[in-house]
Design a protein around this ligand. Structure first.
Ligand SMILES: [Ca+2]
Ligand SMILES: [Ca+2]
Ligand SMILES: [Ca+2]
Length: 290
């Protein structure tokens, strides 16, 4: 009796490891081949489609879905719909911001460098830091306007954080944005006076759309200050940023381009999983702040 059953443990082992494993891998193979058939079928379809007509410029179907609950709305109702859509994003730590900016602001012509916001310089990613010659993390919505600092939240929201030259960042300080002043010697094309900073023409719209995002994302309902635009300069430490009328002009003067769209996509796909609505729909700024 005992002699006849000596092989039972081996049979069980075979059933568990030998028996199940091949059938599992067979089904994986079946799935893979199904997937590859689907991929090649869709690639074929895409080729037919692309050869028949040029790809639509924007916005993508995915973006339409993202903004579904905001469609057809205006004013405060649009602002609250967008606030709900873009809230609850993944927040980065302040040190994770370094890594993120090296992706979002990479020089398309040199993967070792980032492009600096105010000077358009291409500088080595490795020169991130606080010394002269380094680049650092510019808060386009000055962090003293609302006093939110650099802990997780508005202070680490990369929708408004950009690489900037250390000295230029400190020259801009916490100024509001407005036209006028004298050209900054370290940042050609940028102007400043006692209470305001005018960025170079190529990023005027970028700056405006970053501030629009901040005013809509932060409404005071999640422990962070309610950030708002106003039509002033010299806002100091109050949670306001100006100058609204000038920002609305800049939004039209410097329309959204591919590098801004690419940046928005990277933030959405890889980091925060929320979008800047004013890059996807710049016309919504006038709907909210007429
Ligand atoms: Ca001024
Ligand atoms: Ca621009
Ligand atoms: Ca707000």
């Amino acid at each position: 009796m005992t002699k006849k059953l000596w092989f039972l443990p081996f049979v069980c082992t075979l059933l568990i490891f030998g028996g199940f494993a091949p059938s599992a891998s067979a089904s994986v193979q079946a799935d893979n081949s199904l997937n590859s058939r689907l991929v090649s079928a869709s690639a074929g379809f895409k080729n037919i489609f692309l050869s028949a007509a040029p790809a639509p410029a924007a916005p993508s179907a995915d973006t339409d879905t993202y903004y579904e609950t905001a469609e057809g709305k205006s004013g405060e109702v649009l602002k609250s719909a967008l606030h709900r859509i873009i809230s609850g994003h993944t927040m980065l730590s302040y040190s994770e911001v370094w890594t993120a900016l090296k992706e979002t602001d990479e020089d398309p012509a040199n993967p070792n460098n980032v492009i600096l916001l105010y000077t358009n310089e291409s500088r080595a990613k490795s020169l991130n830091g606080g010394s002269v010659g380094d680049w650092n993390r510019e808060h386009v919505w000055a962090k003293s306007h609302g006093g939110f600092g650099t802990s997780k939240g508005p202070g680490t929201d990369i929708h408004h954080l950009r690489p900037a030259d250390v000295q230029v960042n400190s020259a801009r300080g916490n100024m509001d944005f407005d036209n006028g002043g004298s050209e900054h010697p370290k940042a050609p094309g940028n102007y400043y006076d006692g209470d305001s900073w005018e960025p170079r023409d190529e990023v005027k719209g970028d700056v405006a759309r970053m501030l629009f995002y901040m005013a809509v994302r932060y409404e005071g309902d999640d422990g962070y200050p309610d950030l708002e635009l106003n039509d002033k300069t010299g806002n100091g430490s109050s949670p306001y940023h100006g100058k609204q009328s000038v920002l609305l002009e800049w939004n039209k003067q410097d329309p959204v381009d591919d590098s801004e769209r690419r940046r928005n996509d990277i933030i959405y796909d890889q980091f925060q999983h929320n979008r800047n609505p004013f890059i996807d729909h710049p016309e919504w700024a006038d709907e909210i702040w007429p």
